[in-house]
Design a protein around this ligand. Structure first.
Ligand SMILES: [Mn+2]
Length: 359
């Protein structure tokens, strides 16, 4: 209940008597429920958990006793509105970044109260990981690291990207992952210049760079790592790119700490690319937070004044993409600390791995 109590203090400071939580990840974070189609109505006096008949039994097992469990009849939102109206609440908040426009409009019309869209309240708490969250993330990272070592023996000319992705996803599951953190990215050859090339039927060929971007899920918490390997000797421009990306990525991992501004970290990661006049080939963000979601706030951005919190878990993932040639990306997960932050993922990267090929 500590997480709900933290939310209640924010609500008190903001003079908000009630808040309707509809983002399922926020529901899970606040009360531990792992199913779908549920919502929370948080008030200073009582906390209502709403779901439907499919989840009543599961909710009884997972939820703290202090929560009022409600099984809705018409719809989640109708039921929430009915409670709000019955309690005669004057003002109720909803999650502006989660409800669709039409759901928001419907919510406003159903409740006989003033409404206020709130954004990022629960997400702000989610940035700072507690011990249990760290333990789950570490397990998801461990599985991803193990998967990388496994897949090195599998990648060779003639094997398709989909074959590689399928083997990785199967291996992660066999090793304790609940599900893949996101659709596994395997992008080879010229497709490796697509920063987010999902695995295709393309066969891996001699001379290809292969970008592997993947993650496991444990107790709902994800890992997200990327490694780039070559099958046989690649184009020398890609070989050079590899060591430049590695330099940028290591600079980021070495620099990140709590209290540092996001844009400051961005410029540290970007510096080697600017020096080598390659910055225009770095076409995406340098990293993001992970947790119950694969992309969570905060993000690493040249525009962001956000200061990283202690015990945030961030990815650092610079990349370079040469159109028609190929690309390189290296990504690790790091626990932000006050002094030396701790890189959680351990997959080898210090030399470009050139896999042997057999004719
Ligand atoms: Mn990522």
């Amino acid at each position: 209940m500590r997480r709900i109590e933290n939310l209640l203090s924010t609500m008190e400071e903001e003079s908000l008597p009630a808040l309707y939580i509809s983002n399922p990840k926020n529901v899970r974070y606040l009360c531990g429920f792992t199913g779908e189609d549920s919502a929370l109505l948080v008030t200073q006096k009582e906390v209502f958990f709403l779901t439907d008949g499919r989840y009543v039994e599961q909710a009884a097992g997972e939820l703290p006793d202090l929560l009022q469990r409600v099984c809705w009849r018409q719809s989640l939102m109708d039921e929430a509105a009915e409670i709000i109206n019955k309690l005669g609440l004057p003002l109720v908040g909803f999650e502006g970044a989660h409800l669709s426009y039409s759901d928001g409009e419907q919510f406003k019309s159903l409740v006989k109260a003033d409404t206020r869209a709130v954004m990022g309240w629960v997400e702000k708490f989610r940035e700072v990981k507690d011990e249990e969250e760290l333990r789950s993330t570490l397990e998801a990272v461990r599985i991803a690291d193990k998967t990388f070592m496994h897949i090195l023996n599998y990648i060779r000319p003639g094997v398709s990207e989909i074959d590689v992705a399928t083997e990785m996803e199967y291996f992660m599951k066999r090793n304790g992952s609940e599900k893949t953190a996101f659709p596994t990215i395997v992008a080879s050859g010229i497709r490796s210049s697509y920063p987010h090339g999902e695995a295709s039927p393309k066969q891996i060929e001699r001379g290809d760079m292969v970008i592997l971007d993947f993650g496991a899920t444990c107790e709902g918490y994800v890992s997200d790592i990327t490694r780039t390997v070559a099958v046989g000797q690649p184009d020398s421009r890609l070989d050079d790119s590899y060591y430049l990306v590695l330099e940028a990525q290591k600079a980021g991992l070495g620099a990140i700490r709590s209290g540092m501004k996001s844009k400051e970290l961005d410029s540290i990661i970007r510096a080697p690319f600017i020096r080598e006049r390659m910055n225009t080939h770095f076409t995406h963000g340098a990293g993001h937070s992970i947790g119950l979601d694969i992309h969570e706030a905060p993000y690493i951005s040249y525009r962001s004044e956000h200061e990283f919190a202690e015990y945030a878990i961030m990815t650092i993932e610079p990349g370079l993409y040469l159109q028609g040639v190929g690309g390189v990306r290296i990504e690790d997960d790091v626990l932000v600390q006050r002094e030396d932050s701790r890189t959680l993922s351990k997959s080898p990267k210090s030399d470009l791995i050139v896999l042997p090929f057999y004719n």
